[in-house]
Ligand binder design. Sequence first.
Ligand SMILES: Cc1ncc(COP(=O)(O)O)c(C=O)c1O
Length: 307
Amino acid sequence: MKVPLIDLRGQHQLLRPQLLEAVERVIDSQQFVLGSEVEALEHEIADYCTAEFAIGCASGSDALLLALMSLDLKAGDEVITTPFTFFATGASITRLGAHPRFVDIDPRTYNIDPAEVEAAITSKTRAILPVHLYGQCADMDALLDISKRHGLPIVEDAAQAIGAEDHGRRAGSMAHIGCFSFYPTKNLGGAGDGGMLVTNDPDLAQRLRRLRVHGGKTEYHHDEVGINSRLDALQAAILRVKFKHLDEWSEARREKAAFYTELLEETGLNVEFTPPFVRSSVIHSAVCQIVSTTYISSIRNPSSSAK
Ligand SMILES: Cc1ncc(COP(=O)(O)O)c(C=O)c1O
């Protein structure tokens, strides 16, 4: 039997009437960019993440870029991050003329190793950019300690981890700025691109709101050079429908991840298989993704070690 890695038809079929109603609502309102749907989603996401402010933008990639712009990152600066992530993480740094300083990961969780982060700090370091990969939070206690001692802001790449927790704190709101992606295949996915930033800092929130609309507080007055990264009202309306189901979907993912892990440990197949280690303080949101990927790549190429 061929099991697709991702099949969103079932999810959309279940919510079809509500999704279509949301689309019609936006079309009737004629407010297609930002506006009340986006503001409502921003409030809902801020509440959910226990953050003071949420700022919608056009994608997870833009969320990372805007976060680094709001920290005034410039050419020659360094940001310490992990190479084991999606391309956008490192690219957001390079895009501003700065250098991603890649450090190694903890091989058990696949997340950035805080000891490596501390060892890589130089006079050029301006920020730390951990990724909560596959829905499991990086070791934020250790990273926050480093951040405090060295006066370095942390931008959390929580693109894959909405709703994940570490010691009861929600991914994205543990440090200075958190970045989310609403790409259709994410835990909370739209019907196109979308992203969100969260922060507890009112000044950063204000700056981010300005940067996403070409750096202007009021229309046609531009205080600085930003980018065009507004969240569509259609995406926000669709995301608000799906958001109500996020916790139940994440719980189902956790159950499936545990089930796959159990089965794969019992296969008796001659493949090298390393299920991800889940730290005890963490509630992850999607580790099943790596379990199945690791398994499939090992089966296809049994001589290679599981990556
Ligand atoms: C870890 C990580 N960071 C950033 C991004 C970028 O998000 P987007 O595709 O919404 O631009 C992704 C998306 O795949 C991701 O997985």
